[in-house]
Design a protein around this ligand. Sequence first.
Ligand code: FES
Length: 527
Amino acid sequence: MTEAVITIIEADGSRTALHAPKGKTLHAVLTEAGYAVEAPCGGNGTCGKCEVAAEGALSAATPEEQGLPSGKRLACRARVEGDCTVRLDEGKRSAGYAVLTEGAAAAFPFRPWAAGGLGAAVDIGTTTVVVYLYDLDTGARLAVRGAANRQRSCGADVISRISYSMTEPDGLLRLTGFIRSQLRDLFAAAAADAGRSAAEIRAVTVAGNTVMAHLFTGLSPARLSKLPFTPESLFGEGFAADFGAELGLAEDAEMLIVPAVSGYVGGDIVAAALAAGLDRAGAPVLLLDIGTNGEMALAAGGRIFCCATAAGPAFEGAGIACGMGGTDGALARAALQNGALACEVIGGGKARGICGSGLIDLLAAMLDLGAVDETGRLLPPDEAPEAALPYIREQEDGEAAFYVAEDVFVSGRDVRQLQLAKAAIAGGIATLLDEAGLGAEAVTTLYLAGGFGNKIDPVNAGKIGLYPAELAARAVSVGNGAGAGAAAALCSASARAALTRLRDRMEYIELSADPRFMDHYVEQMMF
Ligand code: FES
């Protein structure tokens, strides 16, 4: 028998029997069956977040699994050798990520390029996916549907997903299948919300970073894994995305994939730049979209400079000891009140972990308390100032950690991860300002795009040095700028035309080849 039966027992006791070929990892079996099992490291056995309770005919524990409690396995390492049983806890069933749907957009006249019917604008984010359904006869927005990107089970960031597409058998096919089936479901659900059918959707605009656009269209993102990061396509006008039928759309549906600038400045940032009005900016303005990559664009003196930095997934809570997404149980806000830390937890109750906005607030508080010095060292109890002592404990390995709740802490290593991430973003901003010959004081508005930019406290982000502190007072959240830009390009032929002009004006700076960036990066490591 080459097939095995894998019995899945969920937190509520329900049982499902899955049939899968022997040799597959538990992670592949579970995700193919639609279970949400996070794999921030892309199945490399390094993050530990795919841990499940499993017993039965499974491969021997791998070196990465040494030290796990008895009966626990890493789903990405354990292979099915015969019949086995897997017990899933609550979080493994549904990811439940907060989805940012609203976004501000510069005004364009309502004049769709498609001849009536329904239209949909789509934002394919690495973390979340949003569909906006429009009536193209009236311009009315009929429905919005969003969800965590199903590809998350194959890696939290674009680098892990590229690696998954290259190393897992059928990895690319699987990633493409996940996003297409998810969009098919979202189109159907949004149309049903409006009492219509997805088969009436005749025009679609899709904004996503360049890796997401590759995976959606079925192109290999392998070339984006190494210098010079040349994409297979920059999409935009003339790119034929002719798989509308697979998405349940009208036979003659036309799909525009928003044009990208480069391998790491994608259609999402071009759409957000359109929404933020960078093409019409008089005074210098900066657009910043912080995700696992920090993408940014500076409009100044009639030119638009842009770049992307690999911030890593620290701000998404990945690779952080107690990190988690912005879901129930995540500490999302923290502030010092009369010297004591006051925290807010999503959904109320006890904190189970810390999400990105909480990490920024905590780091700012740690700096205020003197728990972290300017080099980023978390001070041990015998060196920390008195005000920080209630929060600092030495862990078993002798390293200090900053505790915000029982079992929830920020370790010294976490501070280093955040320090690297913020230095990458701040270094990118400094390089763009150099290119424009400007200082930070010249920037009149800082547009923060994306889910993370929408949630962070701008003052604390400035305090930890994510961007120049003086820009905090000029920060404006544009919400889901990529979605707003895609919607503008759906509902207005002039916005669609403006997208291409805007992309063509964006001058890309490759930071890995720019010595100024390295200097700024090192400088910005300090707090
Ligand atoms: S350890 Fe399994 S996905 Fe990271």
